[in-house]
Design a protein around this ligand. Structure first.
Ligand code: ADP
Ligand code: ZN
Length: 220
C-alpha cells in the first residue's frame, strides 16, 4: 500500500500519517524529519538543506529526490509506506511516479488535507515537538497541550518550537505551499487517486475523524 499525505505545513499530515501507520503497519516517512536528521548529524547534506529550511524555502528537488530515493531502498518499505511531506512540487510527483513504477508499486490514495489559512498559521505557531528523536510527539499549545507545559507526555523529554514554525518564517512557508505544493493536488486529481478532505476545528473535524474516513475508504 502506498499513501501520500498532502496539505499545508502543520495541517495535520504527520498526525494522520501516524494513525494510518499504526493501522496498516507500514512506516510513515517524513521528508522534513529526514532533513532534520541529517542536520543534527552535522553532515554536509544537512548543512545544505538547512540553508533553505531556515528561510522557509523548499530544499532543491535534486537533493530532496536523492534522499527520498535512498530512503525508499530500505527494507521496511517493501510492504508499503506513507509519505508525509514528499512530493511537494509537481516535478517531485513525476519523479515519484517513476520511482514507484520501477518498484512495481502504485499510489493507492493521496490524502489532501484542506484547512483554512488562518487556522494553518495558528496551528504552525502553536506547534510544539518532543525533542526526543525516538518520540517526536506533536503538541499544540491550544488544541492539545502537553499536561505539563514544555514536557512531553509520552516520554518526559522537553518539547520545543521549530525555528521555522515562528510567525515570519511560517508565513513564507505558506506562500511557498500555495505556489509550489497546491498544484500537486491537481496533478493527482488527473490520475484519480486524490482524496481531498477537510481537517478543521471550525467544523470539529480533526485527525481522528479524518483518519477513520481514510481507513474506511481504503478497506472498501
Ligand atoms: P511541515 O509539514 O510543517 O511543512 P516539514 O517537516 O514537512 O514541515 O518540512 C520542513 C521543511 O523541510 C520545509 O519547509 C522545507 O524547507 C523542507 N522540506 C520538507 N520536505 C520537502 C520536500 N519534499 N521538498 C523540498 N523541501 C522539503
Ligand atoms: Zn516525547
Amino acid at each position: 500500500m502506498v499513501i501520500i499525505m498532502l496539505g499545508a505545513p502543520a495541517s495535520g499530515k504527520g498526525s494522520v500519517a501516524e494513525i494510518l501507520s499504526n493501522e496498516f503497519k507500514i512506516p510513515a516517512i517524513s521528508s522534513g524529519d529526514i532533513f532534520r536528521k541529517y542536520i543534527s548529524n552535522g553532515s554536509e547534506i544537512g548543512k545544505k538543506a538547512n540553508e533553505y529550511m531556515t528561510k522557509g524555502e523548499l530544499v532543491p528537488d535534486d537533493l530532496t529526490v536523492e534522499l527520498i530515493t535512498s530512503r525508499l531502498e530500505e527494507d521496511d518499505v517493501k510492504d508499503g509506506l506513507i509519505l508525509d511531506g514528499f512530493p511537494r512540487t509537481v516535478n517531485q510527483a513525476k519523479v515519484l511516479d517513476e520511482m514507484l513504477e520501477k518498484k512495481n508499486k502504485k499510489i493507492d490514495i493521496v490524502v489532501n488535507l484542506e484547512t483554512p489559512e488562518d487556522e494553518i498559521l495558528e496551528r504552525i505557531t502553536n506547534r510544539r515537538i518532543c525533542s526526543n528523536s525516538e518520540c517526536k510527539a506533536i503538541y499544540n499549545t491550544v488544541l492539545h497541550p502537553s499536561k505539563v507545559e514544555g514536557i512531553c507526555d509520552k516520554c518526559g523529554s522537553k518539547t520545543y518550537q521549530r525555528d521555522d514554525d515562528k510567525l515570519e518564517k511560517a508565513k513564507n512557508r505558506l506562500e511557498v505551499y500555495y505556489r509550489e505544493t497546491a498544484p500537486v493536488a491537481d496533478y493527482y486529481k488527473k490520475t484519480g487517486v486524490l482524496y481531498s478532505t477537510v481537517l478543521s476545528k471550525s467544523v470539529n473535524r480533526m485527525k481522528d475523524e479524518v483518519a477513520k474516513d481514510v481507513i474506511d475508504y481504503l478497506k472498501k
